[in-house]
Write a protein that binds this ligand. Sequence first.
Ligand code: GLC
Length: 629
Amino acid sequence: MLRRKHSRLTSRTVPLTFAPSAFKAVALAVAFPRTIASNRSMADSEFAATQWWQTGVIYQIYPRSFQDTPSPSGLADGVGDLPGITARLDYLVSLGIDAIWISPFYPSPMADFGYDVANYTGVDPLFGTLADFDTLLATAHAKGLRVILDFVPNHTSDQHPWFLESRSSRDNEKRDWYLWHDPTQPGDDWQPAKQRIPNNWMSNFGGSAWEWDQHTEQFYLHSFLKQQPDLNWRNPKVRAAIYSAMCFWLDRGVDGFRMDVLWLLVKDEFYRNNPPNPQDLASTLPVFTADQPETHVIVAEMRTLLDSYGDALSENAGAPGPDSRTRASTETTTPNSPHPTPGRVLIGEIYLPLPELVRYYGQPAENTPQLRGANLPFNFHLIQTQWQAEAIAQIIRTYESLLPSGAWPNYVLGNHDQSRLATRVGPQQARLAAMLLLTLRGTPTLYYGDELGMQDIPIAPNQVQDPAEKNDPGKGRGRDPERSPMLWVDAPNAGFTTPTATPWLPLQQDWQTINAATQQRNPKSMLSLYNKLLALRRRHDTLHSGGITDVVAEGNILRYRRTGLPDGHSTDFQILLNFGAETATTLCAPGTVILTTILDGEGSLTGNPDGTSSTITIESGEGLLIALD
Ligand code: GLC
């Protein structure tokens, strides 16, 4: 029996697949794991979700593009800044997220827009001052929002004082802080030294990862731009220096770090050539440049350092602690004083197949069940897999079955390196994607503007900013399309900057209708959908902390159940998502539809009065959240 009160129509045909940006395709070389669901029950999470980073939702801010504020002289530069973020915190509170992760704002020549750090303990004047940061942090904390910093440990800027010293001479004290290598031996052709590169390692931005330094006649390694030399993580002094910089921010009260390219930190000590990629002979497999065993030791050290701090919100947040420098310098590479109630989070940017990814949760500490690796190794698999019910069901089941005991899951659907969600899957499916992300078990991370359904913007050749595109034009590596300014209001420059300033990237063309203010007034907008989903996730402990079970694809419908906590007081939920281009039907147990992604028909009943399941119709691209009786 069909008990829905309304019938709804959607007509748009949605693309079923998307092409991940070449940037990540090169960096990742992801092979989908063969493992299919094990028998392990996903219903009972093995430990209660007690930490804010487990029950909460993370929101990524790309500071250049969030909110620009005029300088004291009244001029705006078209680039977002820290006071701009502070000014928009109320929006984030009303949206219903719990934590912001801010992409780098450290002093930088901006060769890679801040991912080339020239000073780990400062703020680039483009973004404001350290005082602006302290204000942002204190204001966020006062509003109950957590602040996670983006930290870039794999490489510095070539303008960082450490690198300037390192490259000054072969016997400089910091020479070994970076990865320097002699040219290979000359062959019969007597190639000049600068052409005899040490091995076949590739930069993730195209070309060789080696750059010749004429002054000292050696090559240095750069996994990204040549302006981003890789640090030598085998050197204990490098580790101590980075941990000290982390303490600088932890002492100020930040709630954790998102560690940039965490799986790339260590490289093969014998500098062996990477093997060719059988699927693409123009590239290699990163066997000796990624996911090296020693990386796990470093991740555990970072975790120990974070755990030595308490919860920043319940402590005296914002005030630099008394023992900051001492803590880092005395504990150097093996900090160890685990705090009884750790409250800071360690997130890793890690693009790896699931079996390798989950190893970044780490091993249990001696005599405790607590894992010692990253709290949240970012799970990007929903971005990388086909946008199709069976593929996604398989990701969820495989991931859940591989999670080690005590590991907390997480999912990401967008970031500043990936084509926008609404562009990849289409606007209608982007609504379904919102329901997927916010009803799965585990911490969701949202990318700014996805709550508005923002799309990739077209970038003309003369508008290109991203070095990934400039270095290797025309191959789709560019990340400018997904970094366009946040759309706030229906006014010139959409409120991102002053009307007369020129935004650093163009605005999405339909800013007059897509902006936050306009969507706030529309009860059926994407923003209203996100608001409702976030409120439901917050309200129901089943959604933010409960189990997940019965994850199956039936044709184009993905279904799963969220199960309540053992106390017996919480509601169970059924989620039904139609990934197909056609209306579809399935069976549903008795319950009440509490949310639909097209925001129509809430309150409809499912199932039969006698307790049996009944047929339910789901429109193309629609998702239903049903509270089970
Ligand atoms: C990470 C960042 C990306 C940056 C790269 C190099 O992948 O997300 O934006 O270009 O690291 O730091």
